[in-house]
Design a protein around this ligand. Structure first.
Ligand code: CU
Length: 146
């Protein structure tokens, strides 16, 4: 056989690319392990969050640390609404980060549209949620991970 010697053990390229890649992979594996652990223990619980002019319904969400959820966002209004909760998003292992608007930490939901966040709640705390477009109109709420 003429395999090249140990490609996996090749010296790291200059810079921290390899290390960053490993850290990212470890984070992904950790999140996946947590998610599958949560999913294995019990099926993900579905929680509905309706968006309209100008409120979230309900305006308080409660999750339990270590459990898996599907948070269904449904825009029942006639304007575009956003789910903006960066501290909350930093406190969960999100299975489908592609649901976030590109380059941002929020979910944009058009009128009549539904989007889903699949995650395991990781860190206890109280987190603000708001619609970045309509928080001035009172479109705000709170999320608790207990
Ligand atoms: Cu809004």
């Amino acid at each position: 056989m003429t395999t090249r010697g140990e490609p996996e053990a090749a010296p790291l390229a200059p810079g921290a690319c390899g290390i960053e890649r490993r850290a990212a992979l470890a984070a992904l594996l950790g999140a996946a392990a947590l998610a599958s652990a949560g999913a294995g223990a019990a099926p993900a619980e579905t929680v509905e969050l309706a968006m309209s002019e100008y409120r979230f319904s309900p305006d308080r969400l409660r999750f339990r640390r270590g459990l898996a959820y599907r948070l269904e966002l449904e825009n029942r209004g006639s304007e575009l609404h956003e789910f903006t909760a960066p501290e909350f998003l930093a406190s969960i292992a999100l299975d489908n980060p592609e649901v976030l608007a590109p380059g941002s930490q929020e979910v944009v939901v058009r009128p009549g549209e539904r989007k889903e966040l699949r995650f395991v709640a990781l860190r206890r705390g109280r987190y603000a949620m708001r619609c970045a477009d309509h928080d001035w109109a009172g479109m705000v709420g709170e999320i608790v991970i207990a």
